[in-house]
Ligand binder design. Structure first.
Ligand code: ARG
Length: 469
């Protein structure tokens, strides 16, 4: 049986179904489809399109079908092209006659758009929550790190030494921006398309405002064609997830680098490391490598889906069915990444001795020496030149050490010698947002406050799913 047997007869070529079906992946929208259907039925009853008794009967049938789907007891039929078709068919079987009224004033076009918005709203909130969990681990590790320091790099060359806490929080702020973006996207998408019908609304007294409120949407569509043709929210969600994945890949790349024997800054816990099938000594950072790699597929989904949307005429086109797989995959990928990275970072050991040893490279103090000269009244350009030539001299074969040269320099001398100690240097980074202990303590406070406020926004979003009229 097909939904359109009145027009096209009841048989379809198997080759058609093979390509056009979406049940194989959109069955995961079953809970959203059942919820949106219940709201739709209540709306039909409010409009007097069906009686309260009919509504109750259809809702009971929907509940039963949804339970069957959740328990795996649901048997799909050959003609079930997608989850919407399957659920409606089952409702009509459970409640013969009245079940045929479920789809009154509704199209799969507004139905699928509604389902996917409900799905995206919740999943983005879940991802936001997981990103906050990881941010909290970064904050906790930063707090534990206390005054530990390591070289900060530009161009992957040692630049100035920084607190380990500062370095970890730098990644934390990127994640906080991700959560901000995700929450904003979820709020912006929280507009109901239900009641738009196939594209033009309906002659029946539907109650789109009421169904929107029922489903926890903040508002309802203004234009029925836009409502069924719009997938901006999918593109935005894919971008937010891709950027989050890119941020994770940057953390991951540092974990790969830091865990090399060459750097030795970090030891991954055995439970979060992998071995080699042939090389007995190996301990590999596979989580970090895969997180680095998966950023590629995430950003592929953004580019791919924008290409799907490009040039689509209004309103609904079957092309839009291609919205689901990238969204599902991006959500699943990022969720798994966040959980794995949280465990990896929570259990890794920071080798603080190796870090401070690397930071004690005298060259890392060059900027501190130049700033010392500035505080003595030397123009920065001149100070840069003076220190630069000291470093150059020290780097020539058989040259004196930077310490010797500093001691002997008329503008520097004994008083500046202490700056070569990285602990002294880092403590002097006191400007707002700087890498030294005093500034980092203030930063940590703000970071914690930010995380707490994002947590409230994520929880508000999650609460929309518990509320059903
Ligand atoms: N499975 C379809 C999708 O995901 C549902 C909407 C079908 N609408 C239609 N006019 N064929 O987009």
């Amino acid at each position: 049986m097909t939904l359109w047997e009145g027009r096209l007869g009841s048989e379809q070529a198997p080759e058609l179904m093979e390509l056009t079906e979406s049940l194989s992946f959109d069955r995961r929208l079953a809970p959203e489809d059942a919820r949106a259907s219940r709201a739709h039925v209540r709306g039909l009853a409010r409009g007097g399109i069906i009686t309260a008794g009919e509504a109750a009967e259809i809702i009971d049938a929907l509940d039963q079908a949804a339970r069957e789907l959740a328990d795996g007891a649901f048997t799909f039929a050959r003609g079930d092209e997608d989850i919407h078709t399957a659920l409606e068919r089952r409702v009509a079987e459970i409640a013969p006659g009245v079940g045929g009224k479920l789809h009154t004033g509704r199209s799969r076009n507004d139905q699928v758009a509604t389902d996917l918005r409900l799905f995206a709203r919740r999943e983005l909130a879940v991802v936001g929550g997981l990103a906050l969990d990881l941010s909290e681990v970064l904050a906790a590790r930063a707090e534990d790190a206390g005054g530990a320091y390591l070289p900060g790099y530009t161009h992957l060359q040692r630049a100035q030494c920084v607190l380990l806490a500062h370095h970890l929080l730098a990644h934390g702020w990127a994640l906080a921006r991700d959560v901000d973006r995700i929450v904003t996207t979820a709020r912006r998408l929280n507009v109901s398309p239900l009641g738009a019908g196939a594209l033009a609304g309906s002659s029946l007294p539907l109650d789109p405002e009421g169904t929107a409120a029922d489903l926890g949407f903040d508002s309802c569509f203004e234009n029925s064609m836009d409502a069924v043709g719009d997938r901006d929210f999918v593109a935005e969600a894919l971008f937010d997830l891709a950027l989050l994945g890119v941020h994770l890949s940057r953390i991951a790349e540092e974990i790969v680098l830091w865990s090399t024997q060459e750097a030795g800054f970090i030891s991954i816990a055995d439970t979060f490391a992998t071995g080699s099938s042939m090389l007995p000594q190996k301990k590999n950072p596979d989580i970090a490598e895969l997180v680095r790699a998966k950023a590629g597929r995430l950003l592929g989904h953004v580019a791919g889906f924008l290409a799907t949307l490009k040039g689509l005429p209004l309103a609904y086109n079957r092309d839009l069915q291609e919205d689901k797989e990238p969204l599902f995959d991006s959500v699943d990928t990022v969720r798994r990444e966040l959980v794995a990275m949280k465990g990896l970072i929570a259990t890794a050991t920071f080798n603080l001795d190796r870090m401070s040893e690397a930071a004690s490279d005298e060259g890392s103090a060059a900027t501190d020496l130049a700033e010392y000269l500035v505080s003595e009244g030397v123009a920065f350009r001149e100070a840069h030149r003076v220190v630069g030539s000291l470093v150059r001299e020290a780097s020539t074969l058989g040259g004196a050490s930077i310490a010797d040269l500093v001691r002997a320099h008329p503008l520097l001398g004994e008083r500046a010698l202490g700056l070569l100690d990285p602990a002294v240097g880092v403590a002097r980074r006191t400007s707002p947002g700087a890498a030294g202990p005093a500034a980092v303590a203030r930063q940590m406070e703000r970071f914690r406050e930010g995380i707490a406020s994002y947590r409230r926004r994520v929880d508000d979003l999650l609460a929309l799913d518990d509320r059903e009229r």
